[in-house]
Write a protein that binds this ligand. Structure first.
Ligand code: FES
Length: 167
């Protein structure tokens, strides 16, 4: 990993943004990597702006590596004000862009953030603040609980995290 990317990751994890559960979230998405065992959950709160539904705020929790935390921190900042379609169109490389290009063995860290975002967007019912898709008693309420159950995205055959082979 380049020194520049490493420095930016260190900077981001020294002061992570939007980390923690969002109690009034409208949607939540959780993904995990079966290969590295890391997990990430993202919460979204929506609002309306100029007649359009947009992301008001996003937060995350992670049992993940530093890269995943850094990407999630930056992604949650990037998401504020985005429409659903704009957020859905974001790729993992766009979400991790502020860090610079990730080395091949860290690409899945960004994909995990993208997966949690897409899972949350998919979980959203389409109504602003009318219906919460935050975890219910049927879903794991903490990431620790999530470790004991398959991540929703993987269970439903959603985005699968695939580790890159190291040379
Ligand atoms: Fe698995 Fe980064 S998320 S090593």
């Amino acid at each position: 990993m380049s020194k520049d990317v490493e420095d930016k990751i260190q900077e981001a994890i020294a002061n992570p943004r939007n980390m923690g559960e969002m109690s009034d979230a409208d949607a939540v998405g959780t993904v995990g990597s079966p290969d590295c065992g890391d997990m990430l959950r993202m919460w979204l709160k929506f609002t309306e702006k100029d007649g359009q539904k947009v992301i008001d705020k996003a937060s995350f929790q992670s049992f993940g590596c530093q890269t995943a935390i850094a990407v999630a921190s930056m992604a949650t900042e990037m998401l504020a004000g985005k429409t659903i379609d704009e957020a859905r169109a974001l790729s993992s490389s766009e979400l991790s862009e502020p860090l610079g290009p990730l080395p091949p063995m860290k690409i899945h860290c960004g994909q995990m953030v993208e997966g949690a975002l897409k899972e949350a967007l998919e979980a959203d019912s389409g109504e602003v603040s009318q219906k919460s898709t935050a975890p219910t008693s049927e879903k794991p309420s903490t990431l620790l609980d999530s470790f004991q159950t398959p991540a929703p995205a993987l269970k439903k055959g959603g985005l699968k995290i695939v580790l890159e082979e190291k040379d």
